[in-house]
Ligand binder design. Structure first.
Ligand code: NAP
Length: 266
């Protein structure tokens, strides 16, 4: 039996175990997906221990994504983003990936949203914001990063081609944009929106990385403005799909994983 898992602190409410185990069941793969919660200063021992014990793969979440970058061989995208959320132990050395980026592009592709040549606004410049911004820039978007802490937005934009940055006072850029992604935690378990509704319009495609609640105020107001909306569960789904495919070398049963995920979110 292969063992996969999620390492984070805390990991108590993770939706990844049912999503991945539904995929194993559907494809008759002899595997289990479990959660690990090492102490925050124990991540190196945890990764080494997982490798030594024959764990096949790990997803990585807060607060370990940046630390794990230095403990594995990261692929070039993970290195540019500065964070690893997926480790594959099948080779001689553990290999690190960032599948949050594919989670973004595959979510838009699923909703028939074209990214190449489009103007995009990314709100947020934390871990998710970095993955989103690199994903959109690599897909051909001109990216504007708007973040509460302007220096973080500027650092991120400087690492991208054809990108700009500013504070939250530059959110009026959304009026001229084709694509908007919320990569802040604003709206999580709250009725706040990170973007004033008067900036939203019908030619936008809006992805909210927040998935709790599944319909955030931003998505509700974007829908009312006539925009195409993509909820955060799609990004969560497709980062997991991408990890599954890297670990197993097989096409993921996307519908099965989506159903397992949404059954726990509704
Ligand atoms: P993080 O690294 O802590 O970054 C948090 C971001 O939110 C920063 O840009 C921060 O701005 C901003 N922020 C926080 N409070 C704010 C406020 N009151 N007003 C304006 N901006 C505020 O967290 P993260 O890992 O990037 O996660 C961000 C969100 O994405 C979380 O809700 C997380 O659940 C979600 N997420 C979803 C997925 C998915 O698959 N759907 C994947 C990853 C993350 P400052 O830089 O100014 O502090």
């Amino acid at each position: 039996m292969n063992v996969y898992g999620l390492v984070g602190n805390p990991v108590g409410h993770s939706l990844s175990p049912p999503m991945h185990e539904a995929a194993y069941d559907a494809l008759d793969i002899d595997a289990r997906y479990v959660t690990f919660e090492p102490a925050v200063d124990d991540i190196e021992r945890a990764v080494d221990g997982a490798d030594a014990l024959g764990v096949s793969g790990l997803n990585v979440t807060i607060p370990f994504k940046q630390d794990v970058l230095g403990l594995v061989d990261p692929d070039p995208l993970a290195e540019r983003i500065g964070a690893v959320n997926t480790v594959d132990f099948s080779g001689e050395r553990p290999r690190g990936y960032n599948t949050d980026a594919a989670g973004v592009t595959r979510s838009f592709a699923h909703h028939d949203v074209t990214l190449d040549g489009r103007d995009a606004v990314v709100v947020g410049a934390g871990g998710a914001g970095r993955a989103v911004a690199f994903a959109l820039a690599d897909a051909g978007c001109r990216v504007h990063v708007a973040n509460r802490t302007v220096e973080k937005a500027a650092d991120l934009a400087a690492a991208l081609d054809d990108a700009s940055a500013g504070g939250l006072d530059t959110l009026d850029r959304v009026r001229e944009a084709d694509v908007l992604v919320n990569a802040t935690s604003v709206g999580m378990e709250s009725e706040e929106s990170p973007v004033p509704r008067e900036h939203l319009h019908g030619d936008l495609a809006v992805l909210d990385a927040v998935y709790s609640p599944i319909e955030t105020r931003l998505l509700r107001e974007a829908c009312e403005a006539g925009a195409t909306t993509v909820d955060g569960a799609w990004m969560l789904l497709y980062q997991g799909v991408e990890a599954f495919e890297r670990w197993t070398g097989r096409d993921a049963p996307v519908e099965v994983m989506n159903e397992a995920l949404r059954a726990r979110l509704s």
